[in-house]
Each structure stands twice: as C-alpha cells, then as structure tokens.
Design a protein around this ligand. Structure first.
Ligand SMILES: Nc1ncnc2c1ncn2[C@@H]1O[C@H](COP(=O)(O)OP(=O)(O)OP(=O)(O)O)[C@@H](O)[C@H]1O
Ligand code: SF4
Ligand SMILES: [Mg+2]
Length: 346
C-alpha cells in the first residue's frame, strides 16, 4: 500500500471569470522510503498539488477526488483535528523561497526549538525542558550538515546565507521526525554547488531515516540523479509517471519528450552549438484552458481525438495519458498492450 495515494484529484478554483479545473484528475503516489519527483514547467500546478496534499486551500476552492489517502486513511473525509495531527507530525513541507517562511524578528535557534513537538520533551522544570530543546536543536542542525551551531542558532534570518537558510528549513521540517518530506522547488534559484549539496543531504536522509521525499521541481535535469520515479504534470493534468530509467529511455508522452529534448544533458548525440528543440507556445492560463488534452494546441502529434481527455493507461509501471503515445506502433495501440489504469495499479 502506498504511503500517500492520490487518485483522480480535481481542484476547482473560482477565477472571477468562472470556476475552472486548476487540476484535473491528477494521480500521484508515494511509497514508504521512496523518492519521487513531481516535475512540470512554471504554472503547471505543482504547488497547487502540494497545497491539496497538506489541506492548505481556501474554503471557496473545492476538491473532488476518488481518494487522497495517507497510510490508507482518507485525508479528505477525516476531521480537521485528525488531519492537523498528521500534518504536524508525519508530513513536512519545505516551501518555495524557504527563508521567506522564517520570522525575521526571531533568532534561528528560537524558531528551530519552537518546531520541536512538545511530546518529544521529557517532563521536568522549565529550565530542564529548555536545555533539552536546545540539545535537540543542535542535533537537528548537525544532521543537516551545519557544524557551527553556536553561530547560526543565535543568528537572525537576514544574517544567514540562503543555502544555510535552506538547511535550517529542512532541519525544522525534520524536527517532528516525519515520514514524508515535500520539497516544493526549494532549491530554485540556487547556484549548482549549493543545489547539489542540498540534494545530497536529502538523499542521505532518505537512506538513513527511510524518509519518503516528494521533490517538486521545474528542473528535470537537477533531480534525475537523485530521484527514483518521476511524475510529469502539464497544465494541471498528470501526463506521465514512471521509474526514472524507463522515462528517460522511452518517454511515451509528447510533453515529456519535449522536456527531455529541451535539456542539453539528455542530448548526447547532439553536435555542439545545435539549437535545442522546444515546444512552440506557452502554457495556457487558467482562464484559457483548452478542452480535452491540454497540450493539444502545442502538441505536434495532436489529432481530432485529442479534444477528449485521454484516460491514463499503463505498460507495467509506466503510466501515460495520451491518445497517441510515442514509441507505440498504431496497431499495438489499438490492440492495446497498454491496459487502462484500473484498481490493480492504484
Ligand atoms: N491562489 C491562486 N489563485 C488563483 N490562481 C492560482 C493561485 N495559485 C496558483 N494559481 C494558478 O494555478 C496555476 C498553477 O499554479 P502553481 O503555483 O501550482 O504552479 P507551479 O507549477 O507551482 O509553478 P512554479 O514552478 O512557477 O512554482 C497557475 O496558472 C497559477 O496562476
Ligand atoms: S492526447 Fe493528443 S494532444 Fe495530447 S499529448 Fe497525446 S497526441 Fe498530443
Ligand atoms: Mg510552485
């Protein structure tokens, strides 16, 4: 059973011009100890998915889903208090631009100690509890690779470099010893050495603590070396999901192929100075969503059938949503070596 399991999630947002499906029938699963990447260009709905998982959506938005479960428990229909407990202890998030989530008027040490759940502290006098909190904070800060704890625990957020801020946010997220860590494009804008350092740290935590990680990223290139599986999102629809090796070797969806073609490192055979391929056009806004497959207006393979939303199909663990997938001959498509994604895949 998957640790986190999302099936056919649709998110309705009122844009002022009417209600739109900002996410449409998206699927995502994360197993215990797994590292999965959720990738897609800017505006594809990655952060909206994170908000749906943690339940951080305004009352005037609405969600419909066949299921959103954590350890088999229905997140959508549980009480507010039950869901809050799960979010407080088991699922942690490091958001985009992490340091902006820190309070500028409070020291790093105080904020880190504050994030330690009270149940981790033994009973005793307040000075004993304070001492214990500090010891845990020091351990957490060492765990994320910061050695000079005195310097950073007493610092204010504006006094620390952004890579240290990022590590502090990870330390805070780890304070509750979660089962799942969601990193919402938190390495965006970092220079590559810092990015590599953070990704290595997360891989280490995955191995040593069996921490399941969902990397949300617009940068396919940066995460392929650290992730085991990838789910690709385009304009609020999940278009492909597979193990990294299978996805890189044989992308079945035209959008995934375009993402790979636009990244120089995946184009070994390309002579130097050759232009990189890219899909024409840009991702539509929520007010101008095409009907059916949302890649339609930009897709080189689009045909009239694409005005209907393609249902997900699977070849072993490789899942795609496209009427005319790449690499599959027409005949086998019709006979379908791929099966509709049924309950056995979920
Ligand atoms: N609070 C909101 N109200 C209305 N529309 C929103 C809101 N938040 C996001 N959107 C729209 O939903 C779509 C998806 O946004 P989202 O922030 O999830 O994209 P993203 O994939 O995380 O992009 P990025 O890589 O830039 O972070 C976009 O068209 C965005 O404009
Ligand atoms: S369903 Fe049609 S428009 Fe969508 S990706 Fe496949 S071929 Fe392109
Ligand atoms: Mg985002």
């Amino acid at each position: 059973m998957a640790l986190l399991d999302i099936k056919n999630l649709t998110l309705y947002i009122d844009t002022g011009d009417g209600t739109v499906k900002a996410l449409e029938k998206v699927n995502l699963s994360l197993n215990e100890g797994e590292i999965r990447a959720l990738v897609g260009e800017s505006g594809s709905g990655k952060s909206l998915m994170v908000r749906c998982i943690i339940g951080a959506i305004p009352d005037y938005w609405s969600i419909k889903a066949d299921r959103i479960t954590y350890k088999g428990q229905d997140l959508l229909n549980m009480s507010y208090e039950q869901r809050r407990q799960i979010m407080r202890r088991e699922i942690a998030v490091v958001f985009q631009e992490p340091t902006s989530s820190l309070d500028p008027s409070v020291t790093i040490g105080e904020q880190l100690m504050e994030s330690i759940p009270p149940e981790f502290i033994d009973k005793g006098w307040f000075w004993e509890k304070a001492k214990q909190r500090k010891q845990i904070a020091i351990r957490l800060i060492h765990q994320v690779g910061i050695k000079d704890h005195d310097k950073y625990l007493s610092a204010y957020p504006h006094n620390i470099p952004s890579d240290v801020g990022q590590k502090i946010m990870i330390a805070m997220a780890l304070a509750s010893e979660p089962k799942i860590l969601i990193c919402d494009d938190s390495t965006r804008g970092m220079e590559s050495t810092t990015k590599t350092q953070i990704l290595r740290l997360l891989m280490k935590l995955n191995k040593t603590k069996n921490l399941a990680i969902l990397f949300v990223s617009h940068d396919l290139l940066a995460i392929t070396s650290v992730t085991q599986s990838i789910t690709v999102l385009y304009c609020g629809q999940t278009v492909e999901s597979a193990k990294v090796k299978s996805l890189l070797k044989r992308p079945l969806h035209p959008y995934t192929k375009a993402l790979l073609d636009s990244a120089p490192s995946f184009q070994m055979s390309l002579p130097t100075k050759s232009p990189l391929k890219a899909l024409e056009g840009t991702i539509p806004t929520l007010q101008h969503l095409p009907s059916g497959c949302r890649l339609g207006p930009r897709c080189p393979n689009a045909r009239k059938e694409c005005v209907s939303v393609p249902a997900p199909r699977a070849i072993q663990e490789h899942i795609y949503s496209c009427h005319f997938p790449l690499h599959l001959p027409e005949k086998s498509r019709r006979k379908s070596i791929a099966r509709p994604l049924g309950m056995q895949d979920e």
